[in-house]
Design a protein around this ligand. Sequence first.
Ligand code: 4AD
Ligand code: MG
Length: 464
Amino acid sequence: ISRTRIVDLLKREDFGAMVNVKGWVRTRRGSKKVNFIALNDGSTINNVQLVVDLGEFDEELLKKITTGACISVNGVLTESMGKGQNAEIQVKEIEVLGVCDSSFPLQKKGHSLEFLREIAHLRPRTNTFGAVFRIRHNMAYAIHKYFHDRGFFYFHTPLITGSDAEGAGEMFQVTTLDLNNVPKDENGKINYKEDFFGKEANLTVSGQLEGELAATALGAIYTFGPTFRAENSNTPRHLAEFWMIEPEVAFNDNNDNMNLAEDFIKYCVQWALDNCMDDLKFLNEHFDKGLIERLQGVVKVEFKRATYTEGIKVLEEAVAKGHKFEFPVYWGADLASEHERFLVEEHYKRPVIMTDYPKEIKAFYMKQNEDGKTVRGMDVLFPKIGEIIGGSEREVDYDTLMQRVEENHIPLKDMWWYLDTRKYGSCPHSGFGLGFERLLLFVTGMSNIRDVIPFPRTPNNADF
Ligand code: 4AD
Ligand code: MG
């Protein structure tokens, strides 16, 4: 008999059939005569109950069936008497595929998330991380489906690059140097500047600039891959290695860009509600009692659109009324997540798309407004998270863009190819970046970004 995944098995009603399941023992309990084993194979959060008549099996074999052990069983699919379960298995044959000794750290339930982070190699075996990583997969699939169905092409941008797409200097350098034999300059200082086979190279912070090249050739594209930021920030919302989705569309203005962002994010959340309900219910019950209601709310509500200037006014009024923020509020200040969350959670009470930021606090490539002070950028701000998306209409005028490159002291040798697009058939275009893990924070209700990626890379954390 071939193996049935537990997710499929629990839907079956052909009671009396012989079935095979393979998986990991979650719990074992019962009397001296009959034992009940909860088996999980990762295909669903739900376990299948195995009913084992102890008299029918060898004692040595039974001893090996401990929490964490991997077993294969053949048995009869039986209607379950227990509530909530459709089917169970009356076990006829057991094979132990892998024993698990008592040093297995996941013996008991209810380990803290902090402890589980220290055993990231084993945490996918828990209910919580099984749920999170199944949702992560489903979201990745939904993202590809969304764009594919709408005629966007998945475009691969390089991870090793010479340019700094955000112009913020937050890059990890890539080196081919033999660190025992590093070149030094005349003062004896180590020369790290040109070290990728004799050139300077970094890990990418964003695929946007290459994405713009593609959009002005293929029309509409998206990237979806890892990006790296060497910011030394230890927060529940920042990773040194995170995944980003970056659509870029020729002929879209910033308004089209906002419409796309709102539609896209609602599609992803609806996808989770339609395809991940068992996992969401588990997370709702154990971590975030308001989760499912919040997800259902977001797909229905129209996002509030407000300019940065309006947002600052709201925050200044809050300060005047006595609200205390850690960081100062004034026109020109970069918004901190406390400000973003105040606007979303306390004031507008819905997701906010904030536009027209001062150019000084935004990247060099954003299209300038006629006022000479603001740029056509947009950030999508979400409850519990703050910024989930950052994007803009792009500056397409060669001279204006060149001026911004110079003002930001970006070396021309890194930008000439990007500037070329503005020389050869330039056109209006817009795009944005969604932080995949920020989306997952929202969809899973987890509160630390380290808990929505299998192997989080943060300062001091890159062991495995
Ligand atoms: O706002 P950011 O820096 O924008 C860009 O990278 C643009 N090139 C996007 C574009 O227009 N194509 O980053 C975009 C999003 C943020 O809104 C946030 O969700 C996420 O990426 N992000 C991070 N996520 C986790 N850890 C970090 N250190 C992040 N930095 C940004
Ligand atoms: Mg941003």
